[in-house]
Design a protein around this ligand. Sequence first.
Ligand SMILES: CC/C=C\CC(=O)SCCNC(=O)CCNC(=O)[C@H](O)C(C)(C)COP(=O)(O)OP(=O)(O)OC[C@H]1O[C@@H](n2cnc3c(N)ncnc32)[C@H](O)[C@@H]1OP(=O)(O)O
Length: 578
Amino acid sequence: MAQFARVSRSVGLITLQNPPVNALSALARQGIVDAVKRALSDPKVKSVVICGQNGIFCGGADIKEFGTNITGPPLVPMIHAIEASNKPVVAAIEGSAFGGGLELALGCHYRVAHSKAKLGLTEVTLGLLPAAGGTQRLPRLIGVPAALNLITTGRHVTAAEALQLGIVDQVTDHNTVDEAVKFALSVAGKSLDARRISTYPCPCPSDVDALFEEVMQKVRQSARGAIAPIACVQAVRAAATLPYSQGMEREQELMATLFTSGQARALQYCFFAQRAVGRWSMPSGARWDTSKPRSIHKAAVIGLGTMGRGIAVALAQTGLSVVAVETQEKQFMEAKKMVSGMMERGAKRHGTAPPLDKITYSQNIQAVADVDLVIEAVFEDMALKEKVFQQLSTICKQGTFLCTNTSALDVDHLASQTRNPELVVGMHFFAPAHVMKLLEVVYGPRSSPQAVATAMQLGKKMGKVSVAVGNCRGFVGNRMLKPYLEQALFLLEEGATPELVDGALEEFGFALGVFKMSDLSGLDVGWKVRKGDGLVEPGLASGPSARIRQGRRYSPLGDLLCEQGRFGQKTGQGWYRY
Ligand SMILES: CC/C=C\CC(=O)SCCNC(=O)CCNC(=O)[C@H](O)C(C)(C)COP(=O)(O)OP(=O)(O)OC[C@H]1O[C@@H](n2cnc3c(N)ncnc32)[C@H](O)[C@@H]1OP(=O)(O)O
């Protein structure tokens, strides 16, 4: 799992070979230990380069091993042995160096990265901390504030940022391994005293207590119930206040608590589940690996309400040309302003230019004639959507995919309104559509595998986790949401307030409480669906008998709000006042 070769006469080249991401499995670790021993004992080898095969340095520890009886050499002594080597070791970083992969690179004496490489201590996203010395070496290398930022968020940094922070020594546009070999030749025989990060003092601000108190408060606020980011801060604090060996002990102690936690298990389940949904299949036998998507360059969004605006922004941020159509004058003017504002705020956060020129606006549906894909996001009303699909079917060029953002209506029925039902699928986003990562791609019996593959690929390009689901009422997401919303309403009837319920959910870790989320999405959508289901009947809005409908407990509170025109944020009032 790690190949050894001598190149350029005196450089020992160790290549990690564990596809697809060169994860540090037991066999890979054994391979590295053996190869390092070989390099160090070969008198012809004067310096060493460690790289990964197939353009990726290392995706970190093998997550599949977690929760099993882990065998093979442990990571920490393996990395210590590399750092302690008396021959210079250079990491050649291509593709990704994440988690244990970056920790391995930090144990090397030098790091050369390709300009397109991404680096990060991502463990926190899996409910863990960088426990192969990452919490102790990174602050010593780049300082406490920058290390805290990277370790508590798990964010990926580009090679350019890594160079600026001091994580890598050189960035190249050329062949990274060749450059690293040249680098290794140039440092052979030089003293390594100043290159072992674990021996560095940790650069520390004068008031350590105040700094960590402030950071801990911020992390508690943003991490919302997650234990790993807190442990990350505690581990970095150990780096700042204790000698390296004691800091390592603290790192291991904290990791031991996280390793078996329910949060870590859940986040790791989520990691694999998010990848598993990419391997979709349909009852017809069509599959992700046999269905070819078509490239989408220009897309349209019909209807610029809450959802349509978010979808237009998400498409433009992906780099697509977007035609945004809204036929109602008032909504059209308002939407233009809101969409630009959303893009400007997003661009400011990412330090980029807002892609304002990617969107053209129109009040005429004919403007979508030449697009490759349309996402319909008009109000949740079957008659209205039928009309839109009939129009789209005659206006759009041959082969345009017609997608609906409906959250509950029959996608197959909408397909039947068109000349080419095989081009119709659901693309159901969740509010706010430019932020939320979940996308349901809804196929009906007539949807073609290519339409599904194209929507799935477009979703991935937009940074979404796309999940292919069958066509049924509420699909999967809203079927899961229904009992959650119901129970929240019952809590109100039993004496809680919306603030109390939302507060408890947010404390638990939800980004938004259920009532805030409902106000954001718009209360009228659910009202319309409940009316369609025969649950909302005039004269039944109050009194005890009103609380049993269709044989089940029912709360009419949401209906009462809607009867007063309180549809949520968009009308200035919903569960809350805005
Ligand atoms: C003592 C503890 C020390 C260290 C702890 C750690 O190192 S924890 C692990 C930290 N590493 C990460 O967080 C990186 C996770 N991986 C990724 O972010 C991406 O996979 C990556 C490397 C950027 C590649 O992305 P890409 O989009 O190209 O591929 P994809 O994500 O679909 O992955 C391809 C298959 O590889 C599997 N895989 C990825 N990383 C790991 C891993 N670290 N361990 C095991 N397996 C991994 C992934 O599941 C995919 O396989 P599949 O069969 O499709 O599930």
